[in-house]
Design a protein around this ligand. Sequence first.
Ligand code: HEC
Length: 269
Amino acid sequence: MRRCLLYLLAASCALGAPEATVQFNRDIRPILSERCYACHGPDDRKRQSKLRLDVESAAKGDLGGHSAIVPGEPLASELIRRVTSSDTARRMPPAYSGAVKLSSREIDLLTHWIEQGAQWQKHWAFIPPTRPELPEISDRSWPRNSIDYFVKAKLDAEGLKPAPEADKRVLIRRVSFDLTGLPPTPPQVDAFLRDASPAAYEKVVDRLQASPHYGERMAARWLDAASTRSRATSCRAPRGIRLWQPDSTGIIAATARAELSPKNTRWST
Ligand code: HEC
């Protein structure tokens, strides 16, 4: 079970201290996208001041003697001047639009990113993953895999100790609820307790994932997502599947065959 949490933690560990390298995709694009693209983004009917911040060449381009972003020089960058300005008529995003000032953390990130050279990144989906170096940690006997190193490094940095591993009864109960939404049966608990092999937990995960209840669990999530939209929008099922049939075997079978994905599902508004 620890493993599931690890992935989540590892993602936030990567953030590290403020002086660490600021990354465009992780730290900057979300700020620009949420706070600036409404007026300086791809939509040319809504664009203000002819400034685009979603395209590198435009964001760094000449605006008549100055530029929004001057790599390496936050103080010369109009973007930084505008987000830090105490003059509400100049500050971005504009007060008249009802937007609140950027937080000091957002301003710090933008400033450090420009200081560090304002490197743009392609969309993450086009960047081949690379394996990072394992961080130094206080207790090398704790990790079981490389992701654990990142978790431990973050715990060390926060002055925290790892929680003790849950006992086997707790583990099988958690993973059963997680994957199928159902508790384990007493014989399943007994079998897990008797299995002393190192792969005992993996075997339980494999068994649960092979179960039709795993399909039901995944389909339920998918249906939840579909029905939260169904008041404002109506949802059409992929061809050949009736979404709201009382017996959900169609959906479960489709989920098991991985047919229910946004790619082959048509949404109508
Ligand atoms: C609600 C629309 C709106 C939003 C959101 C907005 N801006 Fe602006 N921006 C404007 C308008 C209008 C102007 C032109 C008027 C002015 O210069 O104050 C402008 C001008 C600018 C300029 C000056 C351009 C030049 O030619 O000198 C910069 C830099 C800028 N914005 C950056 C930002 C940043 C960074 C954000 C997000 C943190 C942002 N803006 C969000 C409307 C917006």
